[in-house]
Write a new protein. Structure first.
Length: 107
């Protein structure tokens, strides 16, 4: 089970965008694409066959997973994530919890 998944609100803890917050859009192995973080400008050629307009486009680039931490909404600070085993209906389930206060992480 990954500790950071799509839909989590994260805060950047290292790099040029340190301190910015955003929601995880995609997880690409050991990299993440976070909404509004690590944005770059790319020049796009027009392609009328595909209906693509030309110009300067802003796009989100991948960010190393080690440079972000999950944001704890109760404390509004970065927090570490742990895995807790919970037994429900005769099955053992793994849930993600915050290390600081043990609260369950929900999307």
């Amino acid at each position: 089970m990954n500790k950071i998944i799509k839909g989590d609100t994260v805060i950047v803890i290292a790099g040029k965008d340190k301190g910015k917050q955003g929601q995880v859009l995609r997880v690409l192995g050991d990299k993440l694409i976070v909404d509004g973080v690590n944005q770059v400008k790319r020049h796009q050629k027009p392609n009328p066959m595909r209906g693509v307009e030309g110009g300067v486009m802003t796009k989100n680039m991948p960010l190393a997973i080690s440079n972000v931490a999950v944001l704890n909404p109760e404390t509004n600070k970065a927090d570490r994530v742990g895995i807790k085993l919970v037994e429900a209906e005769g099955k053992v389930k793994r849930i993600r919890v915050f290390k600081s206060n043990g609260a369950k992480i929900g999307i």
